[in-house]
Design a protein around this ligand. Structure first.
Ligand SMILES: *Cc1c(COP(=O)(O)O)cnc(C)c1O
Length: 364
């Protein structure tokens, strides 16, 4: 028998979330962002649920090959562009659209021999200061690209640093709009947060939106809003079972470091999930968890292969009972990955990306 832990990828939830993103940006085409192996869900596993997208955005060339191998003939965008000149061969061969964010990438293109000119997305650094040309240098980069026989269509791109927070997008949007005013080409600006929070509001014009996290059912701006607020459904459930029961006397402790002390007699369940499965070790006593679909809390420290949970609200639970670490329980109850992430001092993105290889995954 394999250890009783399993992740489930929900195709219907992916379809639902993609449709939700579309509804938020009805005039735009939608890139489903599937970088980092589809945020840990597995590119091959999510494909069926996301093939209704207009394109796939990612940044690893190997992942682009995998999407083509699945039979996808539509657009694929490399969000960071190429890393070395021979990557351009693959772009030509697989018809990949690629971001151009620095002079080195323009130089590589200028030396590339291709039959079919490439579609490129010229990226502006409108304030995030990771990738892209500054507004002052953007037009010169556009002019240089436009003169290259290797380049077909040039689209315009930027990325927001604060679409999920109080600062918002206004400042970056103004910088981008001012610097691109009279440039032709399609525009792509919005990640999940910008798509859900700002779309439709002029002067944010997006021909393509780039939702990632929302497609996987996590709220981009938790805790200000939760997934239910945005009508998103979890695309991943991580579930395990209780493999032992302990009855603690008052004053007894649980797990490494004896960090949890029972102040009264307490029945706890030992669950076949630990940090080696991708459950965050920074979660501690109080982190929410579902047992038989009933909300309770973790107690004590997360160990490599086990966690311990308070069974007070679920007296009927016992050996073999279902434990939902995040996602949807058999009774339909949902525990959002965002809540678990928050308890561990991180974000839903990190938890889904960190699902461990040893966890068997099924697609439902
Ligand atoms: C990852 C990424 C996205 C998607 O961001 P989410 O917050 O997951 O929606 C969009 N655009 C770029 C350039 C990215 O790297």
């Amino acid at each position: 028998m394999p250890r009783p832990i399993q992740a489930t990828i929900h195709l219907q939830a992916l379809r639902h979330n993609l449709a939700r993103a579309r509804r938020a940006a009805p005039d735009a085409r939608v890139w489903a962002v599937v970088k980092a192996n589809a945020y840990g869900h597995g590119i091959e596993r999510v494909y069926e649920g996301l093939r209704g997208a207009d394109g796939f955005a990612l940044l690893d060339l190997g992942e682009a090959e995998r999407v083509r191998a699945l039979g996808w003939r539509g657009p694929i965008l490399l969000l960071e562009g190429v890393f070395e000149v021979r990557d351009l061969e693959l772009c030509s061969r697989l018809n990949l659209w690629h971001t151009v964010h620095c002079d080195e990438q323009i130089e590589m293109l200028a030396t590339h021999k291709t039959q079919a000119p490439h579609r490129v997305f010229l990226k502006m650094n409108s304030g995030m200061n990771r990738l892209g040309f500054t507004p002052q240098r953007y037009r010169a980069a556009w002019t240089r690209l436009n003169a290259l026989p290797q380049v077909d269509e040039i689209s315009l791109m930027t990325h927001f640093s604060d679409a999920d927070g109080a600062k918002g997008i206004a400042q970056q949007l103004e910088v981008f709009n001012a610097a691109t005013q009279d440039l032709p080409g399609e525009r792509t600006l919005s990640n999940s947060a910008a798509t859900l929070r700002y779309n439709g509001g002029a002067p944010l014009r997006s021909d393509w939106v780039r939702p990632g996290i929302a497609v996987y059912g996590s709220a981009p701006d938790f805790p200000e809003h939760d997934a239910a607020h945005w009508e998103l459904q979890p695309a991943m459930t991580l579930a395990a079972k209780i493999i032992a029961i302990q009855d603690l006397a008052a004053g007894a402790t649980v797990g490494y470091g004896s960090s949890f002390v029972a102040d009264a007699p307490l029945r706890i369940g030992v669950v076949a999930c630990g940090y080696a499965d991708g459950y965050p070790r920074h979660c501690s006593t109080g982190t929410p968890v579902l047992v038989n679909g009933v909300r309770t809390r973790m107690v004590g420290r997360v160990s490599m292969d086990m966690i311990t949970v308070d069974l007070t609200p679920v007296p009927e639970a016992g050996f073999g009972s279902e434990v939902t670490l995040w996602g949807r329980a058999a009774n339909g109850a949902v525990l959002s990955i965002d809540e678990v992430a928050q308890a561990g001092g991180t974000v839903g993105y990190e938890l889904m990306c960190a699902l461990a290889l040893r966890v068997p995954v099924v697609v439902a």
